[in-house]
Design a protein around this ligand. Structure first.
Ligand code: MN
Length: 286
């Protein structure tokens, strides 16, 4: 079987702020790309940005989620989180927070207090992963994954941290509801990079910095190469020093209806989510 060919290159329409702490570029979103990137719904790339020291709390105050998971990967700086299930924590460079909103949480996301006080470079990504219909109302779950728990493998000129899924026998620590891969790649040697991806699976290579070439196409910073599902594995030419995220997985093949922080399967379920949130049934921050 031949390798997957390039489907298309997604380019962020521009940047915006999430609260007053997170200057992000949305590299894809569920309004436009939910089916082609299933099970992935959204990717916000935050920074890189330099924050001066402050005694303010920068970030985003209490807001709900239902029906999916938010995955926060910190590359530089610190993110603090607290939610209505009682979970919370602070993650720093290399750490990942994998939060299952399931039937609903209310949470807040801020810069870490220590980081805010001293200021400095800030860079992160937040990925939204859809839940299969049968798991959308599962109990909320919080996985705090520290850098030291994430296996790292040398793979074809790149150092790859396996956050979820499996590469070259290294298994990522994240528990997921459908088969998927999230890998954080730093290209150490320019040249050909081949990644495994089963026939039929979604496969996307996110370029955070540097560039990759795929045939005649060049994919640059803050762009996403979305591959065709047909074919096994993919091959790109990567520049030295490139920072990439690989997202792969079995498509859910279910309807996606989203409104702001809620992503369900039907319009009626969205109205229910809004009603449940307004009635306090997703809890509150103490
Ligand atoms: Mn949130």
């Amino acid at each position: 079987m031949s390798t997957k060919s390039l489907g298309r290159v997604l380019t962020s329409p521009g940047g915006h702020w999430v609260g007053d702490g997170f200057p992000v570029r949305s590299l894809f979103n569920y309004m436009e790309h939910a089916q082609e990137l299933s099970p992935f719904l959204l990717l916000d790339y935050g920074g890189p940005a330099e924050f001066p020291p402050t005694s303010e709390r920068l970030g985003v105050g209490p807001h709900p989620h239902r029906g999916f998971e938010t995955v926060t990967i910190v590359f530089d700086g610190e993110v603090e989180h607290r939610d209505s299930s009682g979970a919370g924590g602070r993650i720093g460079p290399g750490d990942v927070q994998w939060m299952t909103a399931g039937r609903g949480v209310v949470h807040e996301e801020f810069h870490g207090r220590e980081f805010a006080r001293r200021g400095g470079p800030f860079e992160m990504a937040q990925l939204w992963v859809n839940l299969p219909r049968k798991d959308k109302l599962t109990a909320p779950r919080y996985q705090e994954i520290h850098a030291a728990q994430i296996p790292s493998v040398e793979h074809g000129g790149a150092r790859v941290r396996v956050i979820a899924g499996e590469l070259d026998g290294a298994r990522g620590p994240a528990l997921t509801f459908s088969p998927l891969d999230v890998w954080d790649l730093r290209v150490e040697r320019a040249g050909s990079l081949e990644l495994p991806s089963p026939d039929g699976h979604t496969a996307a290579l996110v370029v955070l910095s540097g560039e990759v070439r795929i045939g005649a196409a060049t994919v640059r910073e803050a762009q996403v190469a979305r591959f065709e599902r047909r074919g096994a594995g993919l091959r790109v030419e990567a520049s030295a020093g490139a920072h990439l995220l690989f997202l792969g997985g079995q498509p859910l093949d279910e309807p996606v209806v989203g409104r702001g922080p809620f992503v369900m399967n039907t319009e009626a379920e969205i109205w229910q989510a809004i009603a449940d949130f307004q009635a306090g049934r997703m809890g509150a921050l103490s």
